[in-house]
Design a protein around this ligand. Structure first.
Ligand code: SAM
Length: 261
């Protein structure tokens, strides 16, 4: 299949033409490489761009930080599910008997439901091309992800306990009913990747009181000019000043804070 840079999570504004050409080459070479899909998946490190591998490793490092913290992992913004299923697989590998930790993902799967003035404020040259209603839409990803969750479930212990849960729809609408049905929820890791101001602020207001000391808040777009809404939400809740916000030396986007530190 052809690689379409415009449909990619990566934004042309944060990538040079060399980066895009490199990814096109990688896509072509992947198609030409010998072996079945399964064989290639088993040799994934040969094919995966190092940037994606770095993001997987960062998620592993985050997981190690919360391994002994009670609570579920909540990912705000799922799209194709690479991040969500990284956490699911890492949890299954590292703690196969922890039936209490759920991996919960929120997304419309039809992209951004709305984009506020806060998201659009500032220099238009420094805004994402995805910053529009429907940005990052991946409607076909929803059903596909259900199938991959089924396969994931087939290959783990205690699979009579559900592990991954998708909450589909606009978070501004789904959040209230979700909390009403999940009064018990404790969150060990809140991964913020909605990219937008309003749902990020609501996620922080809703889940922060449910994170115990030692749990993590992860920001995917903090200090990111292309998507300013996440920083504005954190600023309005005084989190920049009050949290010790750290990063991994090998991954430029993700920033995290350990609650209570
Ligand atoms: C950058 S993508 C997430 C990428 C994903 N975390 C990963 O690791 O591949 C951002 C996602 O946030 C979702 N999103 C943004 N605002 C939303 C809202 N109000 N409700 C639900 N989903 C939303 C979009 O549909 C989009 O799929």
């Amino acid at each position: 299949m052809e690689f379409d840079p415009a449909a990619s999570t990566h934004d042309p504004r944060t990538q040079s033409s060399f980066d895009v050409e490199h990814r096109i080459k990688r896509n072509q070479q992947y198609a030409q490489s010998p072996g079945s899909w399964m064989l290639k998946l088993e040799s994934f490190a040969k094919y995966v761009p190092r940037q994606s591998l770095a993001r997987f490793l960062a998620r592993y490092e985050m997981f190690k930080l919360i391994e002994n913290v009670q609570g579920s992992i909540v990912e705000c913004g799922v799209q194709y599910g690479g991040g969500l299923m990284s956490f699911a697989n890492i949890s299954t590998i590292c703690e196969p008997y922890n039936f209490q930790r759920r991996i919960i993902g929120f997304d419309t799967f039809t992209g951004f439901p709305e984009v506020s003035e806060t998201d659009l404020a500032g220099d238009p040259q420094r805004k994402s091309e995805h910053l529009k209603v429907g940005g990052f839409a991946a409607p076909e990803a929803r059903e596909d992800l259900d199938k991959w969750i089924e396969l994931y479930d087939e290959n783990r212990y205690l699979n009579h306990f559900p592990k991954v849960e998708l909450v589909v729809g606009d978070f501004l609408q789904t959040c209230g009913p979700f909390i009403a049905e999940n009064a018990h929820l404790v969150v060990s890791c809140l991964y913020l990747d909605f990219d937008l101001y309003a749902p990020t602020k609501l996620a922080l207001e809703t889940f922060l009181p449910r994170i115990p000391r030692g749990g993590l808040i992860v920001f995917d777009e903090l200090n990111e000019a292309v998507f300013p809404g996440e920083t504005v939400a954190a600023l309005e809740l005084d989190l920049i000043r009050t949290l010790k916000i750290r990063r991994f030396p090998f991954e430029p986007r993700m920033a995290y804070a350990i609650v209570g530190e």
